[in-house]
Design a protein around this ligand. Structure first.
Ligand code: PLP
Length: 439
């Protein structure tokens, strides 16, 4: 029997590194009386399906980003669907999208009769690899959907250059990166249109909602026409709503939603959104302080490094939604990432696997006949077969072996964070002990 010393790994019977009560360090969203009062007011007025609060929220959300227009949606998936259609994605068209992301960045394209050409990601940013886009652009490519994954802004400059050259729209899925900066510019404002999920788990959380922002009036009008029958100018709501559409091609159909969708945001969400917006910049700054502290304390620990922007680059990680780290098994003698994660969890620290698995190998994008075309939906109207099997996107496919999730601290409290740091350090420094077991 070995005697458990202070440094023995918890997974081998030693004491846990994390013993402090985490308190509310992980609690999110932060909901106070102010949120409750705002939501109650909507409920008591019976104004859940109204538009007054949402219009105000759109105005403030747009102003925060310094863009002309915003449009509130029932969820982020709907915002992406509306944005795709607004960018002209239709039957037989293609979008380009990174394979490692939440499914809603890509799947709405299939509902529009389009198909998805998945691109690889950059091994450091984990965002779409700007060098893996141009060769995928074909006659029918209408949009590039980029995702600021886990808070990290995409490298937008080369992406925009490629898009402009080929006259392809850029849709930013900023659902992980509310408030993040790319070289000083807010994400969601750099491409043609930005979409955000505002669901309860996101960094900017209002319940179950989404929002689209753009400076392009045509895109905004099309998104309205697609899923907001009451805002097309043909109904009583349009009075005083500078929202009403003007494009004659759309006005003809005013009063009915062209997509057959109803994308309206519930006003309990926009009411909460107005309150959250007041506090978000301060709360986001606190998250950034906490996460940077965590990673700074881990500097020099073998096998793990942060997924974050370089200091002084003018870029930031926003609310650092689902923070992750990059794992180098070779630096830890080949210790499999799964065993590393288990050992850290055993220490009482938060740690997990890659949150989003590669989409390009999922059978839905290969076989599923969703609409009864008698063939896979991805091929239903496609001019070419852009399906990609295993081995085609090596960085995406290796991601589960080299990306792990870390604690998402909402407050910078060294007494709690230090113990998590100690847990990660302890496991990395004793990887040899775990390797002995493997042998
Ligand atoms: C959450 C999320 C969405 C979808 O938003 P919902 O509000 O859940 O519909 C889209 N894209 C990404 C990257 C997401 O994480």
């Amino acid at each position: 029997m070995t005697h458990a010393t202070a440094s023995e790994l918890a997974i081998r019977g030693g004491p846990k590194a994390v013993t402090a009560d985490p308190g509310d360090i992980f609690a999110w969203p932060i909901v106070t009386d102010e949120d409750e009062q705002a939501v109650l007011d909507v409920l008591r007025r019976g104004a859940m399906s109204g538009l007054d609060v949402t219009l105000e929220f759109e105005k403030r959300y747009a102003a925060w980003h310094g863009v002309r227009r915003a449009l509130g949606f029932c969820n982020g998936t709907a915002a992406l669907l509306g944005a795709m259609w607004a960018c002209g994605v239709g039957v037989g068209d293609e979008i380009i999208c990174p394979s490692v992301t939440y499914w809603a960045s890509a799947l709405p394209a299939l509902s529009l009769g389009a198909t998805v050409n998945f691109a690889d990601i950059d091994p450091d940013t984990l965002c779409i690899d700007p060098a893996d886009i141009e060769h995928r652009i074909g006659e029918r490519t209408k949009a590039i959907v980029v995702v600021h994954l886990y808070g990290h802004p995409c490298d937008m400059d080369p992406i925009l250059e490629t898009a402009r050259k080929h006259k392809v729209k850029v849709i930013e899925d900023a659902s992980h990166a509310h408030g993040a900066l790319y070289k000083g510019r807010m994400v969601g404002t750099i491409g043609d249109v930005g979409c955000f999920s505002l669901m309860a788990g996101k960094a900017f959380a209002t319940g179950e909602a989404g929002i689209l922002i753009t400076n392009d009036r045509a895109i905004w009008e099309r998104a309205v026409a697609f899923g907001f029958y009451e805002r097309t100018g043909a109904s009583r709501y349009a009075k005083g709503d500078e929202a009403a559409i003007t494009d004659p091609q759309l006005v003809r159909f005013a009063g009915l939603p062209m997509g057959g969708f109803k994308h309206r945001m519930n006003q309990t969400c926009s009411a909460m959104g107005l309150v959250q917006l007041k506090h978000y910049p301060r709360r986001m700054a606190e998250i950034q302080k906490a996460m940077n502290y965590f990673w700074d304390e881990l500097a020099g620990v073998p096998g793990i490094r942060p997924h974050r922007v370089a200091a002084g680059s003018g870029s930031t990680m926003g609310g650092w939604y689902v923070p992750v780290g990059l794992y180098d098994a070779a630096a830890l003698g080949g210790l499999p990432i799964g065993r590393f994660v288990e050992a850290v969890v055993a220490e009482g620290a938060r740690c997990g696997g890659l949150p989003n698995k590669p989409l390009h190998v999922h059978p839905l994008f290969h076989e599923a006949d969703i609409y009864g075309h008698g063939k896979p939906t991805v091929l239903a109207h496609a001019a070419r077969d852009v399906r990609q099997g295993p081995g085609t996107l090596p960085v995406c496919e290796a991601a589960p072996e080299r990306v792990f999730s870390v604690p998402w601290f909402k407050h910078c409290r060294p007494e709690v964070i230090d113990q998590h740091v100690a847990a990660y350090r302890k496991v990395a420094e004793q990887a040899g002990e775990l390797l002995k077991e493997e042998a």
